[in-house]
Design a protein around this ligand. Structure first.
Ligand SMILES: Cc1cc2nc3c(=O)[nH]c(=O)nc-3n(C[C@H](O)[C@H](O)[C@H](O)COP(=O)(O)OP(=O)(O)OC[C@H]3O[C@@H](n4cnc5c(N)ncnc54)[C@H](O)[C@@H]3O)c2cc1C
Length: 289
């Protein structure tokens, strides 16, 4: 197996152009597991761990640009004020050792519907910045995931960064698993309130072939908040509206029966998580008003 160890981002893109079959290696917490279990035998590895360009984040014009190589530990330590939903989700990832190695870019690259970073990024309206030696482009996150382990990356492209609007309101994330640590989510849900745009964002995890938004539920609850002018009054959300929101989130999912849960359980749990995260976020919004 060939191992490429570029020292700069431009060198990495040149290597990828010349050896498109090379598989990027970031923290290795997914890829090395696949290698160790014989599930992957790449012809070549492209080690991205030395690239300073991927390891940092910056804030510009109301957005945070997070390098693909930023770890969950860094997201928790440095970005909780800007991206609270992503920070909450990051705290649920693996263990301290995993969070020290595992990167945001790797979570996207694996493209598992259970990736914990993905629902809060969807709810926040994130974009993925991808680059090849020839060009750079941005893809809305919801268009980035095609199927389990399949992304919109084209030959020669790497993930450079994830660009996320700074939170303009409360954000929440909740995940159900068989215990609190070191589990893949049976189902997960993220919610972001966008008071400035009078919108509610959502992200569903582990309940479809790819992470997705519950757009009908977003429109419904956004309509309720506008119709009753709740954004201004901060009055409680009527219980029937919150229940309907939960139903619409559950209806948006396309779950399967597997070892972690059944279709019926996943739909039920999603409705509960949707109502619960809405109540938490609305309570935060009311107390900040
Ligand atoms: C014990 C354990 C517990 C875990 N718990 C969780 C959990 O709770 N929640 C969760 O979401 N995940 C969990 N994971 C999975 C894993 O840690 C995450 O998916 C992590 O974000 C992967 O990041 P990485 O940097 O280690 O990626 P790697 O393993 O290096 O790469 C993962 C994939 O992304 C590709 N890739 C990496 N960087 C790029 C790039 N810049 N451009 C293009 N492709 C790229 C790689 O080629 C590979 O296909 C766990 C893993 C282990 C081993």
């Amino acid at each position: 197996m060939d191992i490429y160890r570029p020292a700069s981002w431009s060198e990495a893109l040149e290597v990828k152009r010349g050896a498109p079959e090379s598989v990027p290696l970031a923290g290795g917490t997914d890829l090395m597991v696949d290698l160790n279990f014989g599930r992957a035998r790449p012809q070549a590895l492209l080690d991205l761990t030395r690239l300073a360009e991927l390891a940092g984040w910056d804030r510009d014009n109301g957005r945070v640009r997070i390098g693909a190589g930023v770890t969950f530990t860094t997201l928790i330590a440095e970005l909780a004020p800007e991206l609270p939903g992503l920070a909450i989700a990051s705290r649920t990832v693996g263990s301290p050792q995993i969070r020290n190695r595992a990167t945001l870019g790797g979570n996207l690259g694996t493209a598992s519907p259970a990736g914990d970073a993905l629902p809060p990024l969807l709810a926040a309206g994130a974009e993925v910045e991808v680059a090849s030696a020839a060009r750079s482009r941005r893809i809305p996150l919801e268009d980035f995931f095609i199927a389990p382990k399949v992304t919109a990356l084209e030959g020669g492209e790497l993930i450079a960064a994830i660009v996320v609007p700074v939170a303009d309101g409360p954000q929440q994330y909740s995940k159900i698993g068989t215990r609190n640590a070191m589990v893949i989510a049976t189902v997960s849900f993220a919610l972001a309130l966008h008071p400035g745009r009078r919108r509610v964002g959502t992200g569903i995890g582990s309940a479809a072939p790819r992470p997705l938004r519950a757009t009908e539920a977003e429109d419904f609850i956004g309509g309720v908040l506008a119709e009753h002018d709740l954004w201004s009054s901060g009055a409680p959300i009527p219980e029937p509206a919150s229940a309907r929101f939960g139903e619409l989130v559950a209806a948006a999912a396309q779950p399967i029966d597997d070892v972690r849960g059944t279709v019926a359980y996943r739909r039920h749990a999603l409705a509960v998580l949707a109502r619960r995260t809405l109540a938490w976020a609305w309570s935060d919004y009311r107390s900040a008003a």
